[in-house]
Design a protein. Structure first.
Length: 260
């Protein structure tokens, strides 16, 4: 089932390219919108299945990879992927029906407050028009998938510092030198142990140095930022304690994150 969902997603662009040559523009635009919407949903279902059977990082990178493929496949088409969807909104009808039941004693009132007349005039369904842009949906879902992956990876690498700083802020306490040293040691060890695995996964799914670099850049920035926040706490201590804590400098961290 998962293979089928992935296969459907990958071949969407091939199907559209064949349809593009043998249908008129308006028909193709409508079919393309439906095809892309179904494809995005199929990818999300497959991503969730991967998350359940493998890992969150695998599922997020799978979704990113295939949305990138989908975006690349639809790029050559010189068409408008936006279609107008018309529907009826029955909200007013529901509200009017409720008012009619409440004011049922006014159904035969010979005045402007006649409940039946109000139901007829106010309860008519409204015609609504909504623009569906499937190409934009691909970009939105891709951005969300990238943001989710960046957050997951950065949290995985810097979670000890995140929790430590949150505790300090919540309790409004001053940490000891020993606590800071332990957090620095735990987090740097965590980065050393897990970073290479995250990069291997990125290379496995994306297989593009430029894409991997663009995706990893905000992860690196978040980790540097959290270490910077911790460094502000440590800098309030005396020089001997700072030396013992041995918090890595931004330059050292950048080298570690780049070449690990």
């Amino acid at each position: 089932k998962q293979w089928y969902q992935r296969r459907v997603a990958i071949t969407a662009g091939i199907c559209l390219s064949k349809l593009y040559r043998c249908t008129n523009k308006s028909v193709f635009e409508s079919l393309a919108q439906e095809c892309l919407s179904a494809c995005i949903e199929s990818l999300k279902v497959a991503s969730k299945a991967i998350c359940d059977n493998s890992s969150l990082l695998d599922s997020q990178l799978f979704l990113i990879k295939h949305l990138l493929i989908l975006r690349e496949q639809i790029a050559p088409f010189d068409v408008n992927f936006t279609v107008s969807e018309v529907s009826l909104d029955f909200t007013n009808l529901q509200l009017a029906a409720t008012d009619l039941i409440i004011n049922k004693n006014k159904v035969f009132a010979l005045s402007s407050n006649n409940a039946l007349l109000e139901f007829i005039f106010q309860g008519a369904p409204q015609l609504t028009k909504k623009l569906l842009d499937s190409k934009k949906d691909v970009d939105i879902n891709l951005k969300e998938a990238c943001t989710d992956f960046i957050t997951t990876a950065a949290t995985m690498l810097s979670s000890p510092i995140n929790a430590f700083l949150a505790t300090i802020e919540t309790t409004n306490t001053t940490p000891t030198m020993e606590q800071c040293r332990n957090i620095v040691s735990e987090t740097t060890q965590r980065v050393s142990n897990k970073l290479s695995g995250i990069k291997r996964l990125m290379n496995l799914y994306l297989a593009n140095t430029d894409t991997e670099s663009i995706l990893f850049r905000p992860i690196r920035s978040q980790i540097l930022g959290q270490f910077g926040n911790l460094r502000k706490v440590i800098e309030k201590m005396d020089e001997e304690d700072q030396f013992i804590i041995n918090c890595p400098s931004p330059e050292q961290l950048t080298l570690t994150l780049t070449y690990n």
